[in-house]
Design a protein around this ligand. Sequence first.
Ligand SMILES: [Zn+2]
Length: 489
Amino acid sequence: MRKKLFMFGIDSATWDLIRPWVAEGKLPGFKKLLSGGAACDLMSTVPPLTPVAWPTMMTGSSPGDHGSYDFYSLDKNRELTVNLASDIPYPFVWELLSDAGLRVAAVNIPITFPVRPLNGIMVGGLLTPGLKSDFIYPPELKKEFIKKFPRYEFNPRVKATRNDPESYRTLFKEIKKEVTDVIAVSDWVLGKEKWDFFAMNFMAVDHVQHFFWNDKRAMLEIYRLVDKYLERVLKKYGRTHRFLVVSDHGAGPLEKTMFLNVWLKKRGYLRFKNTPAVVLKRLLSFLGMNPDRLITLASKLRLVRHSGKMEMGKRNRLMNRLVLSYADIDWDRTEAYSFGMYGGIYLTRKNKTLIKKIIGEMQADFGTDLTFIDSSQNLYGTDRYPATIPDIQFLMREGAIVSTNIYAFSGHRLFTDPITHKSGEHRMKGILALYPGQDVLKETENASLLDITPTILDYFGVALPDYCRGRSLFKKEIRDGKLVEGIEI
Ligand SMILES: [Zn+2]
């Protein structure tokens, strides 16, 4: 009887890379998974961004309902703040399973800090500040964890710089260490907890794809490390447990970065203040002084640590003095602005006619490059977080062009070479596989992240909460971990 479920997460994994490598015999773990399991695409959220996608997958609620929309948001004073799991109003699936009396464990799932009590063990993922924070539940395990894994990192530490090959070599080493660290912690938790549901996630595939998209050998090396672990756990648990392999989004090449605020300014929707400081900053911007260059320069001068997301506050204060920031916007005369990793459009005064007008103008100006555009209200069916979720969302060339606006005016050109020295970006199609189970999944053409929590709850026979918008992907009902034959859903 199969009662236990192992959720194997690979942030950003894509079949576009995996399937050809499987065909070439390079990924034996995935080969086993595909030959003995059912597999399909898993549609991500709009935008296909980690802090939007993982909470959607792990709560079963839509971004419009859970409100986790980006790594950052602008607070009341329009200062950059980091978003935390404590802002998410719904329980994660492992909490629902805990309430039903099951034993659970989760390792390195993004946006789970601060960790919440559960019936088992939880180690925080991406955006966990570090080993000094309350990164683990139960807290009594903290000492043992730090002793065993004194150099464990929750966030990538190094950023590569295009004209600095050494920085890429250092980054690649860091990415490899991420894989081995997560494997070590997973094995430790697997040995400690008598789990019914175990979830773990690799961030390394996401990181290698962002910075090494043009280096297939580097990407394959990381995939092979992950594959080796997949092969090992399939061998160990595959005959007695069921496996759910997922990614939160896919990946593909990144062509350009887009600064939509340049377009909004040109169209007259966004206006800056008329102060001498703003005039000077605009001149500097015209001369090519942009946040990306400043960060590189500042890190060379060791003014800021060239590192992960938690340093953002410090960096941002430095930036605000030198480049156009949200504080420089004339808010009384501004109708719309773009903010965030995927740069959606926010209106300063909510207005449906204006939403339609801007959508129409973007369609006219960007033509077929604009592959998706809609209002968040339409997309999510709710307007619950008007301050933190943009009114208009869009994708350019499926994500090959990304509109990024962390600073109000990151450059004076609408399109530039990719900032942050990336060569890869996310795509809407992630991966889903269930092992074993050729005949277990329904036709899954439209499987989405919203369906994962319902599928896990269905597997354990736990009731689906009413805020869940997806449905179980199992063809036949599963009760108590056992397939109940003949019941078609
Ligand atoms: Zn991700």
